[in-house]
Design a protein around this ligand. Structure first.
Ligand SMILES: CC(=O)N[C@@H](Cc1ccc2ccccc2c1)C(=O)O
Ligand SMILES: [Mg+2]
Length: 366
């Protein structure tokens, strides 16, 4: 397959409701799409960076710049997805940008060969259970209404965003209202420090599946110390940027469960390597979400169908975040999403919707 270049496209997608986490409130997703232009089929990738460097060091403007000036020029002569990782090794960081380029090349390759992402990655299920991520709310009643809605829609697992001042009371209220059988977990997005250990240990009374990324992403040792004080399993997200850091976190006892996000780790091939590593260590993994459009969502559903993904992921229906997706919407049935079976991602953007939401587009030829 010959690569001619890439189209970079920013798409403004308003969220159905403000989504508040410990790092701020988002009302719109500035989606950055990458289209690989080849002598065969075009391929699509989604760069999951946020507009600002609040979740991780990357952000949209930087991703556009690093892809245009550094990463894409380095892909001259690359003919397949493994070649993308190889060609970009010399550049430090920018894993979400590298991952998007690899994803677009992989999609082009698979569409041309008629193979699905699911088959390429090693899928063993034809549908995956849907978890949902619930933001920090203005009040406990508002939180209970939101959780009630998601449970009625069929979500099989509830994740509550927490931060100091919105944690134990929120979890207790959900447990008291919806009972002990609801699969429940929390995500702090690095909002706590080891000084909060005793406070976080209060969450042990609520039979949570896990506590996600309580401490800052570089504090691997802090998470290992915390795991000795808190009984609830610790799950890392922001800290796990590669199979190498996953191996270190597992060895140090810093993570008992791993949230795998392909963008955060540099692509779907690295995500599969982390899956394989975790399975070898008996560590459960689940597929995290970055409020993706249907493009990233399709690839995440395929990844979530690998055997080691034994916990429901943040793999929600399109309408959890968007009134209108840029692909055919992912609709949940009995709390599950079907794994796309078509070539490549198995979905593609609706060109009319795409054009109507596009704020910027640029071709970068190789
Ligand atoms: C679904 C979920 O909780 N995802 C991330 C946080 C996150 C990531 C990317 C976001 C982009 C726009 C708005 C909110 C966002 C939240 C997480 O697991 O930590
Ligand atoms: Mg998280």
């Amino acid at each position: 397959m010959r690569l001619h270049g890439f189209e970079l496209r920013r798409v403004a997608m308003p969220l159905v409701s403000p989504f508040r986490t410990s790092f701020g409130t988002q009302t719109e997703r500035d989606v950055l799409l990458v289209r690989a232009i080849t002598d065969g089929a075009d391929g699509w990738g989604e760069c999951v960076v946020l507009s600002d460097p609040l979740y991780s060091p990357e952000y949209v403007d930087a991703a556009v710049d690093v892809m245009r000036r550094h990463l894409i020029p380095a892909l001259a002569g690359v003919t397949d997805a493994p070649g993308v990782g190889e060609a970009l090794k010399a550049f430090k960081g920018h894993r979400m940008s590298k991952g998007a380029l690899e994803m677009a090349v992989l999609d082009a390759e698979l569409r041309t060969e008629g193979r699905s992402f699911a088959r390429e990655l090693g899928s063993v299920h034809d549908r995956v259970p849907c978890g949902v991520s619930v933001g920090i709310m203005d009040s406990i009643p508002a939180l209970l209404d939101a959780v009630d809605g998601y449970l009625s829609e069929g979500y099989v697992r509830i994740k509550l965003k927490i931060e100091p001042g919105w944690d134990v009371d929120a979890v207790r209220a959900v447990r008291e209202r919806f009972g002990d059988d609801v699969l429940l977990q929390v995500d702090a997005n690095t909002a706590y420090t080891l000084r909060d250990a005793r406070h976080l240990a209060k969450l042990d009374d609520f039979d949570l599946l896990l506590i996600e990324q309580p401490l800052e992403e570089e504090d691997i040792l802090g998470h290992a110390d915390l795991a000795r004080i808190v009984r609830t399993p610790i799950c890392l997200d922001e800290s796990i940027t590669s199979a190498q850091t996953a191996a270190a976190a597992i060895r140090l006892g810093a993570t008992q469960v791993i949230n795998i996000k392909p963008g955060r780790v540099g692509g779907y091939l690295e995500a599969r390597r982390i899956h394989d590593l975790a399975v070898a260590h008996g560590i459960a993994v689940w597929c995290g979400g970055m409020v993706e459009s249907g493009i990233g969502r399709a690839a995440n559903v395929a990844l979530a169908s690998l055997p080691g993904f034994t916990l429901p992921g943040d793999v929600s229906a399109s309408d959890r975040f968007y009134h209108q997706d840029i692909t055919a919407p992912f609709v949940m049935r009995d709390g599950h999403l079907d794994v796309p079976t078509g070539p490549g991602l198995g979905v593609e953007p609706d060109e009319t919707i795409l054009e109507s939401l596009t704020t910027w587009v640029e071709q970068v030829t190789i």
